[in-house]
Design a protein around this ligand. Structure first.
Ligand SMILES: Nc1ncnc2c1ncn2[C@@H]1O[C@H](COP(=O)(O)OP(=O)(O)O)[C@@H](O)[C@H]1O
Ligand SMILES: [Mg+2]
Length: 223
């Protein structure tokens, strides 16, 4: 078996004036798999994702993650910064010193991967919520991200767009060998994952394959 794409062990994190939010938290996500992170509000899911992305620094513990890492936020309006779709996806490439044809090729490849190539010139404001999330994912694909971290990306979507987004990420994981970690509250989204972790009070208290975790979440009615 190859090394995991994400590995954290005994991770602890506290906000400056607050309690410990992550307490000796450990998990591994195998490369090329789609895993989900479950847990009630305030259990530390967003904090853990931010630590994984390197946006927050833990006080102790270890973290290894394949790079580059892409992050998709709950609210795409906090993420998309340029006026048009094509410009936004290209914006993430500014640090890579690519030629103009290389940038064009990366943008087109990424938009094709999320089936939105025909929206390349569309203004961001004219997109639906689900389309915006797919543009955020295209940004990560354009950067050739190995790992996608998605923090409740469907929270603001209607049920159809929700299904479409989760099935799209499933397809991208299969077709491109990406590794994804997806935070959710929604039991039906578990249908698409390879496995899931349950976080409680900053600790991973259970993990398992789709069937096991669906059973557990239904029984305990945590979701
Ligand atoms: N910027 C912040 N400053 C201080 N405390 C925070 C901050 N963000 C979150 N917290 C606290 O950290 C805990 C975990 O929050 P969070 O990781 O957002 O949980 P979840 O995503 O599972 O709902 C909560 O008690 C929350 O109040
Ligand atoms: Mg959260």
């Amino acid at each position: 078996m190859s090394a995991p794409a994400i590995r954290v062990s005994n991770l602890s994190f506290s906000w400056p004036k607050g309690d410990k939010v992550l307490k000796s938290c450990s998990l591994e996500v195998p490369k090329g798999e789609f895993w989900m992170l479950l847990g009630t509000n305030g259990s530390g899911k967003s904090t853990l994702l931010r630590v994984l992305a390197g946006l927050l620094h833990p006080q102790s513990g270890e973290r290894e993650i394949l790079k580059p890492v892409g992050f998709v936020f709950q609210n795409p309006d906090h993420q998309l910064v340029m006026p048009t779709v094509g410009a936004d996806v290209a914006f993430g490439l500014v640090e890579e010193k690519l030629s103009t044809p290389q940038i064009r090729q990366r943008v087109e490849e990424a938009l094709s991967a999320v089936n939105l190539l025909d929206l390349q010139r569309r203004p961001i404001y004219a997109l639906s919520g689900g389309q915006k999330q797919r543009i955020a994912i295209a940004g990560a694909i354009a950067r050739h991200c190995e790992v996608l971290l998605l923090d409740e990306p469907t929270a603001l979507l209607d049920p159809d767009s929700q299904r479409e987004l989760v099935s799209q990420v499933r397809r991208l994981v299969n077709s491109r060998g990406l590794t994804a970690l997806w935070v959710t509250h929604r039991l039906d989204e578990l249908d698409y994952c390879d496995g899931a972790f349950l976080l409680e009070n900053g600790q991973v208290v259970d993990r398992g394959d789709r069937e096991k975790m669906q059973r557990r979440m239904t029984e305990t009615q945590l979701l």
